[in-house]
Design a protein around this ligand. Structure first.
Ligand code: SF4
Ligand code: FES
Length: 254
C-alpha cells in the first residue's frame, strides 16, 4: 500500500492503481471521455487531466493512465486544471456542436457557446469503439484511419467489413451516438461503417435474434449453443413459465 494526497485528503491506496481508480474508490469525481473500466487506458481525450506534485515538481498528467506512487500530491480541480478542461471542452463543443453530451459537459464548465469555428462532427475520436472491438470482442473490424483533420474511425477502405460480427458493442460504448444500428427485415446495417450483417432467426418463432456472424462467433467461443440459447427472449420466457408450471403440477401430484 502507498500513501498519497488527493485534494488535501490523505489516502491509502493499492500501488498498482491509477489516479482515476483511486479517486473513484474515494468518491472523488474526475471527468473522462475516452475511458471505460472494461478497456485498457488510452489517454486520448485528456479531459481527466489532474495536477500532480512530486517533491517540488508539478506536472499535469492524465489520471486514467497515471499510476499512483508514494507521497504524490494530486489536485483534481485546481484553477489550472479547470482552465485546461475548459479549453478541451470548448474545442470539442465547437467540433461536435450538436452532440448533446458534449454540450452538457461543456455547460458544466460554464461554456455556452465556443469561440471557435463551429463544425457538425459527431465523432470525438475517443477510440472506445475501436478498443471494445479489439480488446473485448477480439475481431478489430474498425480502426482509426487518416490523419489530422481527416482522421476518422472506419473499416478498411470503407468497405463492408467481412470480420464484423454485428454484435453492436461499438454502438453501445460510443458516448456521442455516432454509431447507429439500423435493423431491416433480415439484416443489420452498422452506420457509418458501411457494414451490413445478416440476422439469424429465433429457432422457435422465427423472429430476428442476432446477427448470423455473432451467433457463429459465440458458438465458436463457447462450443455449440443449445436450442435455448438460439431462442429469442419471448420464447425463452414462455419455456421458463411452461417449465415452472410443469414443476408445480408435478409437486402438487406427489
Ligand atoms: S465513433 Fe463513437 S466511440 Fe468511436 S471514436 Fe467516435 S465517438 Fe468514440
Ligand atoms: S479519460 Fe483520460 S485521457 Fe481520456
Amino acid at each position: 500500500m502507498i500513501n498519497l494526497t488527493i485534494d488535501g485528503r490523505k489516502i491509502e491506496a493499492q500501488e498498482d492503481l491509477t489516479i482515476l481508480q483511486v479517486a473513484k474508490q474515494n468518491n472523488i469525481d474526475i471527468p473522462t471521455l475516452c475511458h471505460h473500466d472494461a478497456l485498457e487506458p488510452y489517454g486520448a481525450c485528456r479531459l481527466c487531466t489532474v495536477e500532480v506534485t512530486v517533491g517540488r515538481k508539478r506536472r499535469f498528467v492524465t489520471a486514467c493512465n497515471y499510476v499512483v506512487s508514494d507521497d504524490i500530491d494530486v489536485k483534481t480541480a485546481s484553477l489550472d486544471v479547470t482552465e485546461l478542461r475548459r479549453m478541451i471542452l470548448e474545442l470539442l463543443s465547437a467540433k461536435c456542436h450538436d452532440v448533446e453530451m458534449i454540450r452538457t459537459l461543456a455547460k458544466s464548465y460554464d461554456i455556452d457557446e465556443p469561440r471557435f469555428e463551429i463544425e457538425d462532427q459527431t465523432c470525438i475520436l475517443c477510440g472506445l469503439c475501436v478498443r471494445v472491438c479489439k480488446e473485448v470482442i477480439g475481431v478489430s473490424a474498425i480502426s482509426l484511419v487518416g490523419r489530422g483533420a481527416d482522421a476518422r474511425i472506419d473499416t478498411p477502405f470503407h468497405l463492408s467489413s467481412d470480420v464484423c460480427v454485428g454484435c453492436g458493442a461499438c454502438a453501445t460504448v460510443c458516448p456521442t451516438g455516432m454509431i447507429k444500428l439500423n435493423y431491416t427485415k433480415d439484416e443489420v446495417e452498422i452506420r457509418p461503417f458501411n457494414t451490413i450483417v445478416k440476422l439469424s432467426q429465433c429457432v422457435s418463432c422465427g423472429k430476428d435474434l442476432a446477427s448470423e456472424a455473432f451467433v457463429g462467433f459465440v458458438s465458436r467461443k463457447l462450443g455449440n449453443l443449445s436450442e435455448l440459447a438460439l431462442s429469442c427472449i419471448d420464447c425463452k420466457r414462455e419455456r421458463e413459465s411452461l417449465a415452472l408450471a410443469n414443476r408445480a403440477h408435478l409437486s402438487a401430484n406427489e
